[in-house]
Design a protein around this ligand. Structure first.
Ligand SMILES: [Cu+2]
Length: 176
């Protein structure tokens, strides 16, 4: 073996050595990043939901003046696509339902009193400063879908603003 041949063998050894080291490094890095992923996986569906940009919510209201959800959970930053279905058959004039999401600190009783004055506007008061999002007022068999950004982390109230409904038709909108 002459000198130049030896040099190239040495070079090869150095390269394969470097490759081995880099392979080990990759494995180690993977092993480290694997651990938290597994931890998250055990938390299940809630974390999967947290990763979605958009969350679809279906809320039903019936002729007995009831929503089918008393709590709605979303995550901060999510786009909320909420569909309200009126699953009953009664007309909007006697059993109208909507979904009104209110800012923190809103007095539901006062809000309802203001809403009651706005029959022509589907019981959405002229001053909308306390409203984050709302659907149309629906009669039996109707649906409305709205899209809005989840507000900052916190717990918010939602209600139906049809006169007399909010005592039964209300719930908590939790932004996690
Ligand atoms: Cu209602």
């Amino acid at each position: 073996m002459n000198y130049s041949k030896m040099k190239s063998v040495l070079a090869l050894l150095t390269i394969s050595g470097a490759l081995l080291i880099s392979c080990n490094k990759t494995e180690q890095t993977e092993a480290v990043t694997d651990a938290p992923v597994e931890t998250v996986a055990t938390d299940g569906a809630a974390d999967a939901a947290a990763k979605q940009d958009t969350i679809n919510i279906t809320l039903n209201g019936n002729d007995k003046m009831q929503y089918d959800l008393s709590e709605i959970d979303v995550y901060e930053g999510q786009t909320v696509v909420l569909t309200l279905n009126h699953t009953g058959t009664m007309p909007v004039a006697s059993m109208g339902h909507n979904f009104v999401l209110l800012k923190n600190g809103t007095d539901l009783e006062k809000f309802e009193a203001e809403a009651a004055k706005a029959q022509k506007e589907g019981y959405i008061p002229a001053d909308t400063s306390e409203i984050i999002a709302h659907t149309k007022l629906l009669g039996g068999g109707e649906s409305d879908t709205i899209t809005f950004q989840a507000p900052a982390k916190g717990t918010y109230d939602y209600m139906c603003s049809f006169p007399g409904h909010y005592s039964m038709m209300k719930g908590k909108f939790n932004v996690k």
